[in-house]
Design a protein. Sequence first.
Length: 521
Amino acid sequence: MLLLKTLLRDPNALTASSKVFSKNVTFDKKCMNLAINISNRTKSNNVRHYSMSPLLRSAKKPCSILKQAKATNLTKSLFFQSRKFSSFRPLFNESAASASKSTVTPDMVNSVKTSNSVAYWLIGTSGLVFGIVVLGGLTRLTESGLSITEWKPVTGSLPPIGQKEWEEEFIKYQSSPEFQQLNSHINLDEFKFIFFMEWIHRLWGRAIGVVFIAPAIYFAVTKRSSPHVNKRLLGLTSLLGLQGFLGWWMVKSGLDQEQLDARKSKPTVSQYRLTTHLGAAFFLYMGMLWTGLDILKENKWMKNPDQAAKLFQKLDNPALGPMRKIALTLLAFCFVTAMSGGMVAGLDAGMIYNTWPKMGNTWFPSGRELMDPNFARREDKKDMWWRNLLENPTTVQLVHRTFATAAFFGVFAVHMYALKKKLALPRNAQMSVHALMGIVTLQVTLGIFTILLVVPTPLASTHQAGSLTLVTAAVVFANQVRRPRGNVRTLINSGFAQQLLKKTANSGSKIMTEASKLASK
Ligand code: HEM
């Protein structure tokens, strides 16, 4: 199948292959049907059309080649011999040259017309989200998160003003479980510190809301962002709203004595809610970053269509197929590892077993300690295994260590694989894999020292920032190996982008005005 696709792409390859296999093997009907199917499919797409005649003429040969290829690993050698590979011109580009301009519609043009300023704004806002995640971690590490006992989205923007208001706020805090059970010794000045930590965190959240939502409306109304990007902006806005709600939902779990009793917990927030809040922040961050990178990438392609066409050839390389899946899996894995870290943080599970690589004197704590029946809440103990995995600090720490180790070796393996596939991988993606390798090493080292030194605030906070940096590298890498969207591809391969470039260069006019004119011609 792979070889057949190659043959369809390049008649030279077909001839070359036919010479290699001169044996006259009987024609296989299944093979031929496959070839015809591919041909029909590609013709009907009107994009992937390529004459089938060379293949049909030598029908016996390709099918025999196909059989032989399986036995001799020809497919592999054809694809991975760099010289040969680079001479393969993907079918798409052949067809693109011949694709008629009429396939370019105004909708298509609209779908890519997002200005770079939208991308810079999105990436800048993702930086604010990065900042608030780190600040949130610091708020937790300084045990400040439960100092504000109310949720007032608008009026809460101002801190107490004057002695009287501060004292009133302090009295409210004094009725909270945290004050009564852990902090009854603190005075007003100490209260002011923890209050400000939480207040800045909330204010930062509100600021992100304004910095995100107001420009999003402006960009959509002034049509600086495409309908495609607008949909994502809408999704991100909803996530932002949800994030505010999740923040309060999390804080509530540490203020409500009933919930604390049910969890048999000291006054801290639920690790489930903390991790959900952290996860939503990661999603928001990844969504903003991904969308921003997409816009910059597509605009760059539209401005350099020839270079883009070359890059598309690289991205179309079947050898990159597994790499795309691997990149997304890696991103998911880094995310899950970070969430398991959230569970460690939520349970203060970094305060025990402060040794590495062993946990205490042994490699693993005893089975009895890892699966402690006391964590079960049901009489029949059926919930014992999952409750231990998510609620027992020893087990949760082991889970995080395990995920972190697997993430490290996962990145290491991908790094090795990428070195092997060096020729197939675009240059910027190669750099990202190197960056990923460096960051994961740093992150694991930070984690190890966080454990060994019993979670000092600066180190734990850096470790948290490291997890977002790792996810950033994974997002960039996955984004770089992604194939272009159909619309962008058509605009570039049909010659539309080139035409547009010439036109705007000659007339000095605005690119999108010209684009719309060209598309509607
Ligand atoms: C790929 C590697 C890793 C990632 C992505 C990662 C991610 C994270 C994240 C996101 C947190 C939550 C921080 C917070 O919310 O404050 C965390 C906490 C933690 N991680 Fe990791 N981690 C990694 C490796 C490690 C390793 C190897 C160790 C130690 C063996 C470790 C030990 C800890 C500890 C002790 C905490 C709790 C710190 C606290 O209470 O603030 N991590 N990790």
